[in-house]
Design a protein around this ligand. Structure first.
Ligand SMILES: N[C@@H](CCC(=O)N[C@@H](CS)C(=O)NCC(=O)O)C(=O)O
Length: 206
């Protein structure tokens, strides 16, 4: 059975569980404690050369690391990743945007607020907010006249980009400023099998 190594609050790990639920694929969940250094052991290094979660482990023991790579692997041959090379390039482009633009700012802001250290880190939070707003403005502008990120239906790009975008309010981003993002997030959440970050998948066995 597929194994997912994750942590409770990780948005990157959530993407994987959410997608497995949408694909109706059974998996074993192994939740690690990041604060106690469980991703920094030699044993975990063998699963992920970058010493972080999420990791997907296949039946034969091989692993896939990096959330975008895991999503692309799982999406292959499904309606969430069309065969058409141009459409695929659009999807991959959004996955890069998520990694480069969204992840540069939103997750860290969220972590500072969750851990209650945002006030102490106010200068850094201000910089991260400025950066995050630039990415959110680009996304909102695209969504003003597109229902989905790539093509005419929900794809793995929508799933990936929506994860941290939908958690941005936890980093105190003012999301009502982005009405097109908010309507798109409603459409994403209405997809069959969509799973909230703290919901347990029916396909999860641990
Ligand atoms: N680019 C990676 C980022 C993964 C990542 O940032 N993982 C975080 C949790 S969301 C982590 O493991 N942090 C602990 C660490 O780096 O030690 C992905 O998309 O999978």
């Amino acid at each position: 059975m597929l194994k997912v190594y994750d942590s409770r609050y990780s948005g990157n790990s959530w993407k994987i569980r959410n997608f497995l639920n949408q694909l109706q694929l059974p998996f074993e969940r192994h939740t690690l404690d990041l604060e106690s250094g469980e991703t920094k052991t030699d044993q975990f290094y063998k699963l992920n050369r970058f010493s972080r979660i999420p990791v997907l482990q296949l039946d034969d023991g091989r692993t896939i690391v990096e959330s975008s790579a895991i999503l692309l692997y799982l999406a292959e041959g499904t309606r969430f990743l069309p065969d058409d090379p141009y459409l695929r390039s659009q999807i991959v482009g959004w996955l890069f945007f998520e990694q480069g633009d969204i992840q540069r700012s939103i997750p860290l802001c969220r972590v500072y607020h969750i851990r209650g250290v945002a006030d102490k880190m106010s200068q850094q939070v201000e910089r991260l907010h400025a950066d995050g707003y630039i990415a959110l403005e680009k996304l909102d502008r695209w969504l003003a006249d597109h229902e989905w990120l790539a093509g005419v239906s929900y794809t793995v790009a929508d799933l990936a980009v929506s994860a941290y975008t939908s958690l941005a309010h936890e980093g105190k981003f003012d999301m009502p400023r982005f009405p097109h993002i908010e309507s798109w997030l409603d459409r994403v959440r209405a997809q069959p099998g969509w799973l909230g970050i703290f919901e347990t998948s029916t396909y999860q066995s641990v």
